[in-house]
Design a protein around this ligand. Sequence first.
Ligand code: FES
Length: 142
Amino acid sequence: MSDRRTFLKQSCGLCASMLGIGLVLPALNSCSSIAAIEANLSHGAIEIPLYNFTVENNLVLVKNKAFEFDVAIVKLGEGNFRAFNLECSHQSNPLIPTKSGFYCNAHGSSFSFEGKAMKAPAQNPLQEFKLVLNGDHLVLMV
Ligand code: FES
C-alpha cells in the first residue's frame, strides 16, 4: 500500500514538473537569429540601416546606453516597420524576444509583434516609438 502511495506521489510530482516545463517552454523558445545593434543617438533619433533585416530575420534589437530597455524594430511586411520599447507594461520588466512576439519572465505575460498584450497579467500594449522609413534606413525617434 505504501508503495502505491509513493508511486502516486512521484507520478503526480512528475506530472506537475512536466506542466511546469510546459509553462517555461515559450520562454525557452526564443528566436536564435535576432540582429542586435549598438546604435548612436543623435538629436533624439537613431538611424537603422535596412540591411539589418533579412529574409530570415524580421527583428532587430536596438541597444543604446541612454535606454533602460532595448528597442525592438519589427518588420511586419514590405515597408511596414514598427518600434517597441521592450519594457513589460505590467511591472516594468525587460522582455525577451521569441518566435511569436515578446515574453516577460517575471509573471508570464506575452506580447505580439504588434505590441499587443496577448497573455495576462499585462493588459496594456507596449510603448511604441515613431519610426520613419527614409531610403535605405529607418529613423527611430526617441
Ligand atoms: S512584469 Fe511582466 S508580467 Fe509582470
